[in-house]
Ligand binder design. Structure first.
Ligand SMILES: CC(C)(COP(=O)(O)OP(=O)(O)OC[C@H]1O[C@@H](n2cnc3c(N)ncnc32)[C@H](O)[C@@H]1OP(=O)(O)O)[C@@H](O)C(=O)NCCC(=O)NCCS
Length: 160
C-alpha cells in the first residue's frame, strides 16, 4: 500500500501574509515585508500558493496574470525542505492556475548564477527568451537575469 507524501498546496490570501513573509525571508537575502507582499497580492490578477508539508508551511509561489501572460514574482522553498519536489509542485500549480485564468504563457526572471533554480526551471520545460543585464543589485556588483518562458495549457472546455 502506498502512502502519499503529506504535501498540500492551497491558495494563499491576506491571512497568510505573515507566513508568506516568513518563508520569503528564509529564502531570499532581500526579504519582502508583509506589506509589500500584501500590496502585490491585492493587485488585479495576483495569486499565491502556499505549500505545507503536514502542518509545516514549507514553500510559496507569488504570481499574477495580465491579460494573456502570467509572471512568477517569487517562488521559494524553506532551506530544510528543498530537494523533495516542492518547488516543482508549486510550478505545476502556478502553470495550471495561469492557464485557467487565460494566460498563454508564464514568464519569470532568474539570476543566471542561481544553479538550483535554473536546474528546476529547465527540468520543468522553461526556455530562455531574454537576458537583462545588471538586473540584480548586490553590494558592489550587479548580476544579469535570464528571462524564461513556459507555455500554459488553455482552460478546459466546459463539459457538454
Ligand atoms: C530554487 C528552489 C525554489 C528549488 O526548490 P526545491 O523544492 O528544492 O525544488 P525541487 O525539489 O522541486 O527541485 C530541485 C532540483 O534542483 C536540483 N538542485 C538543487 N540544488 C542544485 C544546485 N545547487 N545545482 C544544480 N541543481 C540543483 C535538485 O537536484 C533537484 O533536481 P532533481 O529533482 O532532478 O534531482 C529552492 O532552492 C529555493 O527556494 N531557493 C532560494 C530561492 C530562489 O532562488 N528562488 C528562485 C528564484 S528565481
Amino acid at each position: 500500500m502506498s502512502r502519499r507524501p503529506p504535501l498540500a498546496l492551497r491558495p494563499a490570501d491576506a491571512l497568510c501574509l505573515p507566513v508568506l513573509a516568513h518563508l520569503h525571508a528564509r529564502c531570499f537575502a532581500d526579504a519582502w515585508p508583509e506589506g509589500v507582499i500584501g500590496r502585490l497580492l491585492a493587485l488585479p490578477g495576483a495569486f499565491a500558493w502556499l505549500a505545507a508539508w503536514g502542518a509545516e508551511p514549507v514553500g510559496f509561489a507569488l504570481a499574477h496574470v495580465t491579460v494573456d501572460e502570467a509572471e512568477i514574482w517569487s517562488i521559494g522553498v524553506a532551506p530544510d525542505w528543498r530537494g523533495r519536489g516542492i518547488a516543482g509542485a508549486l510550478l505545476r500549480a502556478t502553470l495550471e492556475r495561469a492557464g485557467s485564468a487565460g494566460a498563454a504563457s508564464l514568464v519569470l526572471e532568474v539570476d543566471e548564477a542561481n544553479a538550483a533554480a535554473l536546474a528546476l526551471y529547465r527540468r520543468h520545460g522553461f526556455r530562455p527568451v531574454g537576458r537583462r543585464e545588471g538586473y540584480y543589485r548586490r553590494a558592489g556588483s550587479t548580476a544579469a537575469a535570464l528571462v524564461l518562458r513556459h507555455d500554459c495549457s488553455p482552460p478546459a472546455a466546459a463539459g457538454g
